[in-house]
Design a protein around this ligand. Structure first.
Ligand code: HEC
Length: 346
């Protein structure tokens, strides 16, 4: 009888385990080249700031969608021309408005940090590994996760949109987001038809092109509650949707979250993302794994031959909400050119 059950389960296993998934072994990371990426502390560097007179020549250039952030702020040898150290300590103020970039500086934070990135792909999956030096706060103390201070990494990406290619995550960061200087009251958000329908009382990240553009003197605004019409929104979805992968370190566990950003930031109901890793010898490392093609409209579909644009954000050492390190846009080539090249395996 027991033998019968064993044979039954063996046959079921052979019948239902998909050959493609069982063949996809984790990449041998020691054979894949590492790219060092620099992240910086942006404080409240919103899309509105970037398009305002406060950003001087930068704003005029962004209006014409000419140079990327990197072109003006990073030289050929990778050296940054950006006052991120002064932003992190709270010293740097916006020129015209005199508002500090960081009104609530965290003690001891530097302006820059480095991370190492590797990527690989096979017939079905893409794999991305990111590592960075850290004291491992939420790995040592899982209760930090309950205070929303878990160390974590988020990767935003998109394949097609011209603004994301040049300006990365900054296209989704607004003065009216939660934790930002002009965030609306909870009552105002709850009274708005879009947010009341999804039972929310705060405004999360949104791509600026999902709102109408207004002129405020010489500055531009994209009000949180001034959505473009439904038809235009639908037409923009495939080009303008950003995929968002997140991994949080909670004690010895790593939790993956598949999300998206478009007219709002939301969890993807179809979770296609896996993450593994942890903190060891003074460094975090995480490996993301996802099917190249998921058939989910809230995911950016990937394929060999694609070059996609990424923005990476890291919360490290008791950073909550908007307080994080971020990258300017980076390209990832999947069997194609890019700042990071995913290696074909298997
Ligand atoms: C055409 C060049 C140009 C582009 C493109 C540009 N910037 Fe700037 N940026 C500047 C200049 C010039 C300043 C200094 C402005 C001033 O103080 O008058 C500046 C200032 C800043 C500051 C304030 C800190 C500092 O070092 O002065 C931040 C933060 C910043 N830029 C972020 C960005 C981001 C993010 C992007 C892309 C979304 C971007 N910039 C795109 C030219 C540019």
């Amino acid at each position: 009888m027991r033998r019968g059950i064993f044979i039954f389960f063996s046959v079921m296993f052979l019948l239902f385990s998909s050959p493609s998934e069982s063949q996809s072994a984790e990449p041998n990371w020691s054979s894949i080249s590492k790219k060092t990426i620099t992240l910086f502390y942006p404080g409240q560097t919103s899309w509105e700031f970037l398009n305002s007179r406060d950003h001087g020549l930068g704003a005029r250039n962004i209006k014409r969608v000419k140079k990327s952030c990197n072109k003006c702020h990073v030289d050929e040898s990778g050296v940054f021309d950006l006052m991120a150290d002064e932003i992190a300590t709270g010293k740097k103020k916006k020129k015209k408005t005199k508002a500090p970039f960081e009104p609530k500086p965290l003690p001891g934070k530097k302006g820059f940090m480095d991370a190492e990135v590797q990527a690989a792909f096979d017939a079905n999956f893409i794999y991305m590994k990111v590592s960075w030096k850290s004291i491992g706060a939420s790995s040592k103390d899982a209760t930090l996760a309950g205070e929303n201070l878990a160390d974590r990494i988020s990767i935003q990406f998109n394949k097609k949109h011209k603004h994301f290619k040049k300006y990365g995550c900054f296209i989704a960061c607004h003065d009216t987001n939660r934790y930002m200087p002009l965030s609306p009251s909870k009552d105002m958000v709850k009274a708005n038809p879009y947010y009341s329908k999804i039972k929310r009382d705060e405004v999360k990240l949104y791509a600026f092109y999902t709102r109408n553009q207004k002129q405020d003197g010489k500055n531009k605004l994209w009000e949180w509650d001034d959505f473009i019409d439904k038809g235009s929104l639908t037409a923009l979805t495939s080009e303008g949707m950003m995929d968002l992968w997140e991994a949080e370190f909670k004690g010895s566990k790593v939790e993956a979250e598949d999300e998206w950003i478009f007219e709002d930031r939301q969890k993807d109901k179809q979770g296609d993302l896996e993450a593994s890793g942890g903190w060891k010898n003074g460094s975090y490392s995480v490996v993301f794994k996802r099917k190249l093609s998921t058939g989910d409209k809230y995911d950016v579909e990937l394929a060999s031959g694609d070059t996609i644009t990424l923005g990476i954000a890291i919360h490290d050492g008791k950073m909550g909400g908007r307080q994080h390190y971020v990258t300017f846009p980076i390209t990832l080539g999947i069997g194609a050119k890019g700042d990071i090249k995913a290696k074909k395996i298997n």
